[in-house]
Design a protein around this ligand. Structure first.
Ligand SMILES: Nc1ncnc2c1ncn2[C@@H]1O[C@H](COP(=O)(O)OP(=O)(O)OP(=O)(O)O)[C@@H](O)[C@H]1O
Length: 298
């Protein structure tokens, strides 16, 4: 495995705005927090590696820079929240981190395995719940999770027993025989989560896992995830719900406009304030209701 300064699979031309940020792979947008971003530069992480390491990760869609040379280390065994306003670049970052979207620049390692150089090995370590997940929805819930397990090379007996455990834990046992196309949004989220968990990965990457999920199921999922982390697994989860991230996660990164604004332990990042207040302080954007006087009804 080589350790180039940065990867340039389909690099833009010399006039491109990305290369400096991506090539630097620096932490120019960090706010004085140590240990999780920057410092290491765009070099391959050491074998005692973070669960997820991003170096100089960048992506542009046409003229829009979605992700602007992000560095981030997600420590092994952490419950890591990724937060940011709409359009911040969270999904794009996680898609590149999980091998689903090719970066313009940068590198990604999962437990020291280069995601884009060794995709099969890296993907064996990961369970992924993507945003806007597209499933084989003409399968029943039980068939879908079974398929995910078999696809991972697991034997049928183990798959069958884990499928039953997961459906029970996620309160889907009663709908095991229902086609996924007939599931509600929250049930679909849960069956996709079960598919991500079936092979007991070392790293779970969950994009908005609680969206549309009822409070009881959400609490059950949180319990599952906490147990998973307590047993040595790592979870990275994107969410807009600051209160949830503050209570659930031990680390957090705040992303806006494709840059990491702050990263570290939740206590470091919130710095004595609530995570929500700190988020608003970092990201800005409050008080824009002025031009809507026509909306007032009295
Ligand atoms: N396939 C695409 N084509 C063009 N632009 C895209 C594409 N995917 C994302 N973008 C743009 O990249 C930026 C980052 O989008 P992304 O979905 O990563 O944000 P996000 O932080 O996940 O947002 P949200 O919280 O609303 O889900 C946005 O400006 C978005 O419009």
């Amino acid at each position: 495995m080589t350790s180039p300064d940065f990867v340039q699979p389909a690099g833009p031309g010399p006039q491109d705005p990305l290369p400096d940020a991506a090539r630097r792979g620096d932490a120019r947008t960090a706010v004085g927090l140590t240990g999780t971003i920057g410092g290491a530069g765009p070099h391959r992480p050491q074998p005692a590696a973070p669960a997820l390491a991003l170096r100089g990760l960048a992506k542009r869609f046409g003229g829009k820079i979605a992700v602007n040379g992000i560095n981030l280390d997600v420590p092994a065994g952490s419950f890591y929240g990724l937060v940011g306003p709409n359009g911040a670049g969270k999904t794009t970052t996680l898609s590149m981190a999980t091998g689903m979207l090719r970066p313009d620049y940068g590198q990604v390692w999962v437990h020291g395995t280069d995601v884009w150089a060794q995709p099969l090995a890296a993907k064996q370590l990961m369970g992924v719940l993507p945003d806007g997940v597209r499933l084989f929805d003409r399968l029943t819930g039980e068939q879908l999770v079974t398929y995910a397990g078999l696809l991972r090379g697991m034997d049928r007996a183990t798959v069958a027993s884990r499928v039953a455990d997961l459906l029970r834990a996620l309160d889907l046992a009663g709908d095991a025989g229902t086609l996924v196309v007939d599931y509600s949004a929250g049930m679909t989220k849960k069956i996709a989560l079960a598919s991500a968990l079936i092979h007991a990965p070392r790293l779970l990457v969950l994009d908005e896992p609680f969206e549309a999920v009822d409070p009881v199921s959400a609490a059950n999922i949180r319990d599952i995830l906490h147990d998973y982390v307590a047993s040595g697994g790592t979870v990275i989860v994107s969410s807009h719900v600051m209160d949830l991230v503050q209570r659930m996660c031990d680390h957090v990164a705040v992303i806006a406009q494709g840059n990491v604004l702050a990263a570290g332990t939740v206590d470091e990042v919130r710095d004595g304030a609530s995570l929500e207040d700190r988020f608003v302080q970092l990201v800005g954007g409050r008080g824009r209701s002025e031009g809507l006087s026509w909306l007032r009804t009295s």
